[in-house]
Design a protein around this ligand. Structure first.
Ligand code: UD1
Length: 435
């Protein structure tokens, strides 16, 4: 298993580039199920979850070319033949977002068998809201042997009100509604930029959608969709992680190829902590800090609030801010796996249910730590960048699920970070190296 070896203490200086958003690319790849034609997606990140999504589509009979080049990361997907509309447990258990194929599979083939995702490190994460809404659209869904089997001749437009805001639930139902008979009104939808990105692709494929990016989405079902070419949004969570890296190390970093408009809540908090942030252009941000960070509370919320996917990274920063900060996690019930590891590095953090209180500033000392999930790993990388000495991060495969070659990117701006073990490579070659 790969490890990162990180020696802290260097301020990050220079320009770091953000990759395409994994959480946009995953639903956009699933959307290719909705048409016989080719769908071409550009700016696809080279991360493990994308490879898993490719495997999932291929296991159903799709042809998926995934090419990574210097200038362009692109995938071409053809779902002309979908011989086996099944999302197998072996794949679903490694990536919960696999349930995104449920809606498009029923819409396109009238049948879907999708393994039920189990619990995961950050909480229960059920898909009951997807199921309830698909049933309202006329799908007959039975659950047996760990699988959901859903059938429908043709889904029917419906008035859907989500009991709770769900990102992949909104995306799944949007993909179901575009090929349904009649109109669908979706209320209490997620407003995340990833939903808007998916809607942009669907509209390019011929779908009729209004209101994506707001909490009310209206869809007029069409008979068929055609192929399209679409460029995936930059990853706002990767960008946010780099902004924190610039601040925590007292650096001067230009975060390029991002969308500043998607980062408002994160930028506001970093400024409140004392960072200086300037939007340089429509796709780049400069972040500077000379230390002297101040505490600032956060409460995670749905977009445009502070993202739960940035909570762990922001908490690493708070360990270096003067004063007491309160972090409230409202989206997931158990998303504090990074806390114990940060404490092992010298942080002063007290947990009480969904609230963590961080008292800073405490010097961090390098340690051997364990990554438990994707964003917890990012938090530990950030802590290690300012820790005194050499930290070893185990299980960085969690990191590889969602961050493209983060060690190379960070090294490019001055971090001392190297990978030991089997380097993840999208072409599935594994090479024993230490870099
Ligand atoms: C997506 C993101 C993830 C992010 C999360 C919240 C992807 C691939 N993943 O996850 O990175 O952390 O949004 O911004 O885009 N819920 C139910 N029933 C359901 C669905 C959700 O109770 O049927 C609950 C969940 O347990 C959770 C909350 O709703 O407490 C929000 O979850 P949701 O928005 O669905 O998260 P994901 O879409 O899985």
């Amino acid at each position: 298993m790969d490890k990162f070896v990180i020696r802290g203490g260097n301020p990050l200086l220079g320009t770091i580039r953000v990759s395409g958003a994994k959480n946009s690319a995953l639903p956009c790849m699933a959307a290719a199920i909705l048409t016989d034609d080719e769908v071409i997606l550009e700016n696809i990140p080279q991360v493990r979850d994308i490879e898993t999504q490719r495997k999932l589509l291929v296991s159903m009979g799709a042809e998926v070319e995934l090419g990574y080049g210097r200038a362009q990361h692109r995938t071409t997907i053809s779902c002309r033949l979908l011989s086996d509309p099944v999302a197998k447990y072996e794949i679903v258990k490694t990536m919960r977002a696999s349930s995104l194929v449920l809606g498009p599979l029923i819409a396109r083939t009238g049948l879907a068998r999708v393994a039920m995702p189990g619990g995961c490190a950050i909480g229960g994460r059920p898909i009951d809201l997807h199921i309830k809404a698909l049933e309202q659209m006329g799908a007959i869904i039975v659950q047996q042997h760990g699988y959901l089997e859903a059938r429908a001749q043709r889904l029917k437009g419906a008035h859907l009100i989500f009991d709770k805001i769900t990102v992949t639930g909104t995306e799944d139902l949007l993909m179901a509604a575009v090929l349904a008979e009649g109109d669908t009104l979706m209320e209490n939808c997620a407003r995340e930029p990833e939903v808007t990105d998916l809607a942009t692709l669907l509209v390019a494929m011929g779908a009729r959608i209004e209101g994506a990016g707001t909490s009310t989405i209206r869809v007029k079902g069409v008979e068929t969709l055609h192929g399209a070419r679409h460029r995936i949004n930059p990853d706002r969570i990767e960008a946010g992680t780099f902004l924190v890296a610039g601040v925590i190390t007292g650096g001067d970093l230009c975060v390029a190829n991002c969308n500043p408009a998607h980062l408002s809540s994160v930028i506001d908090k970093l400024e409140e902590c004392g960072a200086r942030i300037d939007t340089l252009s429509e796709d780049s941000i400069r972040v500077r800090s000379e230390g002297n960070l101040r505490s600032a509370d956060i409460s995670t919320e749905e977009y445009p609030g502070f993202p739960t996917d940035m909570q762990a990274q922001y908490m690493a920063l708070l360990t270096q801010a003067e004063g007491s900060s309160v972090v409230k996690e409202n989206i997931f019930e158990n998303r504090f796996m990074h806390v114990q590891e940060l404490v092992r590095m010298g942080a002063n953090i007290k947990l009480d249910g969904r609230t963590a209180t961080v008292r800073g500033k405490t010097p961090l000392s390098a340690a051997a730590v364990m990554c438990s999930d994707l964003r917890a790993s990012a938090s530990l990388v950030l802590a290690a960048l300012v820790a005194d000495g050499e930290s070893i991060l185990d299980r960085v495969y969690h990191m590889d699920r969602g961050y493209e070659r983060i060690e190379e990117k960070l090294r490019g701006v001055g971090a001392q970070i190297r990978r030991m073990g089997n380097v993840f490579n999208s072409r599935r070659e594994t090479v024993e190296v230490e870099n």
